[in-house]
Ligand binder design. Sequence first.
Ligand code: FES
Length: 171
Amino acid sequence: MSAMPEKNTMPTGEAHENGTVFDPTSLEGILEKYRGAKGALIPILQQTQASYGYLPRPAVGRIAKFLKVPESKIYGVATFYAQFHLHPRGRNIVRVCLGTACHVRGGEGILDAVSDELKVKPGETTPDLRYTLERVACLGACGLSPAMMVNDTTYGRLTKKKIAEILKKYE
Ligand code: FES
């Protein structure tokens, strides 16, 4: 007896965490490319994240069904690799360095200042999805410590006073 074709049982119209409605169209396109392929989990997760900006919960459920693996396996992989995000990310990623050089030059104070300015803690995203704040171990700009990056731009020799001015550029 041949196997029944897999049915798409993913609920449509389920809301994203950010309040928008999850549209499965691009996910279905991604999955179709990997039908019957081995070792497809990571590339499917990468492409899903590239498409949605993160791994929405309904997408994880659909991928689990498609690959016939428990959702817990997908969450395990997604949390193991730093490249995957299970929550929506901000349009601007602010990375404050707390590596040794930055730490001794007041990195913690800079992180507090950014956190106060954005009103989020490290690891969080502002409700308007404008910023995600992260702490990192070294940005490779130790000579400019204390340093932070906003998207691809590095800002060095930071003072608390400079923070608001820098962040304003990304409003
Ligand atoms: S320790 Fe901060 S850039 Fe290296």
